[in-house]
Structure formats: C-alpha cells, structure tokens
Write a protein that binds this ligand. Sequence first.
Ligand code: PRP
Ligand code: MG
Length: 237
Amino acid sequence: MSPNVAESNGPPSDSRNPVVKFEHPNCQLCTSKNLPYLFSKIRHVETVPKDFEFYSLRLMKLIAEDALALMADKEVDIPTPCGTWRGVAADPENEAFAVSIVRAGDSMLQAVRELVPGIPVAKILIQRDETTKEKTPILYYKKWPKNVANKTALICDPMLATGGSVIMAIKSLLEIGIPEEKMIFVNVISCPEGLNRLGREYPNVKVVTGMVDPMLNSDRFIVPGLGDYGDRFFGTV
Ligand code: PRP
Ligand code: MG
C-alpha cells in the first residue's frame, strides 16, 4: 500500500495550515480551485446556518462532481456539430445509489440529488454518543432501495473523524452484497485518524474528500474543522 501524502489544498502551508500526511491507497482530494473560498465561509465560527447551508451546498456539489467523475470512466466518441471528440461516459451497467449516513449525511445527499435527479436513496441512521468516550457509534435504522446489488454506493457523510460511523455503514453495505470496490465515500472534511483506519480496514473503498485536517481533539472533533456539521447545516446549534 503506497502512502498518500495530502498537501494542504487550501491557502499556502504554514503553521496554521500544515501539510498533513495520511495513509490511504484510494483517497483523492477535491481539485476545485474554489475550495479555499468556500471552506473559509463554512469554517468561520460566525457563519450563520442559512449561509452555512448555502456555501456548503456549493462546496459539496464540487466534491460530489469529483466522486461522479470516478464513475464516468468509459471512453467514447462524442459526435459534435462539427466533428468527433473523444470523451467519457458512465457505464450504463454501473448505476449509482446514494447512502446517507443520517443526519449530517442528508446534507451531502441533497447535493448529490441535485446532480443526479432520481438517484435511489438509502438511509442509515448512525449516531455517535457525544456524552461518552465510546468510539463505536450506534446504528438505529437502515432502509435500502430495491435492486441495488449491482450498483455503486455513493456513501454521503460530510465528516470523517474516528471513522466509526462510515465503517458501520460499509459493514451494512457488505452485508447486502455490495463489494468494497463499488463503494465511494463522499466527504467534506477528514483527518488522518479516520483515513488511516479506513485505509487499513477497507482500502478498496474509494474516498473523495474536500480537505484533510491535522487532528482530532479529546472530544473527537476535527481540528481546526468547523464544529458540528449537522448542527450548523440544519440550524440546531
Ligand atoms: C458526525 C458526523 C459523522 C460522524 C463522524 O455525526 O456527521 O457522521 O460524526 O465521526 P466518526 O468518524 O468518529 O464516526 P454525529 O453522530 O455527530 O451526528 P449527526 O450526523 O446527527 O450530526
Ligand atoms: Mg453523522
């Protein structure tokens, strides 16, 4: 497994934006040039929920586009009005369904549904217990769309901290027969602890993330991060 070194894809690296290293063989950072601006909006402690929702939806659509690009990998000739252009298309055999890790995952789900109208949606309610140091989250509910066995799962959750929540979702997908290779985790902010764990335990699950922050604090919040994504997006601060 070759280590993947994340360079800060925000403003230039300095002591506040250090280069962050992690090990994951299948992780890519979103390539949009507008990440620094959009992350500046949503990270700011004074950004109110209405603006958080607006800017984070713009950001999540860019990240989700990069995830969708992983599926459009079939080279095809595109007839133009004036000639032929070598383009790409998604394999019609490789359709996607979205898996929202409720609750914060519903925000990324919103972005994905705007890009892929009509995409089948699975919901899986997984919650961390913020009152204890218990690392294993609790799975309360799951509901799958019909006929997803051959589809690619776009797992939606904007935050990757310890990795406990997404790993629980991955296990549930494996139980219904979706192989690791057909899972793409679509994420906004991650950290080395969660990425390293995912890379060790499920190296074939692809990860598309916006940024990799340096660390978790003792409450398992990403630092510098942006606080609780679900609370800020849904206005339950
Ligand atoms: C947050 C976040 C992720 C999870 C990440 O959810 O939305 O689902 O924590 O942490 P982990 O990688 O350590 O599992 P939370 O349980 O706080 O609930 P929420 O989605 O309702 O905000
Ligand atoms: Mg969550």
